[in-house]
Design a protein around this ligand. Structure first.
Ligand code: ATP
Length: 317
């Protein structure tokens, strides 16, 4: 998991190019069947930046991302991309039948040849080198999303666009995947455009949040957006408090194989009853041993989040 390519030192010309955003939407709008799907969309993604689009179903997140990468041409406004921009795109829906016989290695090369070493390196980076020969239909939700991420990063994109990268992943896996995304950003310096409903999980990892509802409702750092009246109208006032989940202290790491490494270096099959995430947290109606009831990352690094319940309130602003 330490085989990321370090960010290259940039030449003068390249560093001037790096100062320009990778992509910039300026008052972009898309109209279909006589109605505006999105309008007045303005945001940009710079190298090394994570921008997250949030908003309720149908608010135009995917449409805005597709405008950004050129799948759609704007009917109004402008979209500018850096010349020669390489995009890695993980769409929300994939037209691969997960019941078809297909190995992870083949999934990686469906849309173009890649040297085996590059495939192996990408799988290593996302923490599933052992699954190269596995059938896609046997992967867990989290493994599948990691395979999709590997597929996107294998071609060393400048801009990584991830449309709901934690679909089918439990709360614990979500945080691990967001940590992985953050690590990819830090190690490769690519820009990342992330789409999610799950703002209270996503937001702490994000530089800029753009809250959409057919138009841009509000924008800013996770903290500013979570406090804004527009955001609270859209997601419910209770959603603002969810950011606190990131401040939780923890004292152990969940390893990829499910075992637990403790602060003293010992490794056990399960958490100790007095481990960090058991202290003062409500496991709800779930069995106390059921870790899906709250979030803590199962991965190489650790982060704990609690209180992932959806606000439930989705009013339009
Ligand atoms: N090609 C299209 N033609 C007509 N309408 C479309 C097209 N693509 C999307 N839409 C509509 O545009 C609106 C925004 O869709 P979009 O997929 O961007 O929303 P979203 O915020 O990503 O939603 P979700 O969270 O449900 O994935 C929806 O009402 C959708 O039905």
């Amino acid at each position: 998991m330490n085989s990321f390519t370090p960010v290259d030192r940039l030449s003068g010309a390249a560093s001037r190019a790096a100062a320009k955003p990778l992509v910039r939407l300026d008052n972009a709008g898309l109209r279909r069947d006589g109605r505006w799907l999105v309008r007045g969309i303005e945001f940009q993604v710079a190298r090394g930046e994570i921008v997250t689009l949030i908003g309720p179903n149908g608010s135009g997140k995917s449409t805005s991302a597709k405008l950004a990468i050129g799948v759609h041409k704007p009917d109004e406004g402008r979209v500018e991309r850096l010349d020669g921009l390489r995009v890695g795109y993980v769409p929300q829906k994939l037209s691969v039948d997960r019941t078809m016989p297909l190995t992870v290695r083949r999934l990686m090369t469906l849309t173009g040849r890649l040297p085996a070493a590059v495939v192996d390196d990408a799988l290593e980076q996302v923490g599933i080198p052992h699954l190269a020969g596995a059938q896609v239909h046997n992967l867990s939700g989290g493994e599948f999303q990691r395979a999709m991420l590997a597929r996107a990063i294998a071609r060393r994109p400048d801009l990584l666009v991830l449309d709901e990268p934690v679909q089918g992943v439990d709360f614990a896996g979500e945080l691990a995947i967001y940590e992985l995304i953050t690590r990819i950003r830090s190690a490769t310096g690519c820009g990342i455009l992330l789409i999610s409903h799950d703002l209270h999980v996503v937001m702490a990892q994000t530089d800029t949040v753009i809250c959409l509802n057919g138009h841009v409702c509000c924008r800013g750092t996770p903290q500013t957006v979570s406090q804004s009246a527009e955001y609270q109208r859209l997601f419910g006032a209770g959603a603002a408090g969810k950011l606190a989940v990131y401040n939780h202290n923890h004292d152990h790491t969940h390893l990829p194989d499910g075992r637990v490494r403790h602060a003293d270096g010992s490794v056990t099959e399960h958490c100790h009853p007095d481990d960090g995430h058991h202290q003062g947290h409500d496991h709800g109606a779930r069995d106390p041993g059921d870790h899906a009831g709250h979030a803590h990352a199962h991965g190489e690094e650790h982060a704990h989040g609690h209180g992932h319940e959806a606000s439930g309130e989705h009013r339009h602003v």
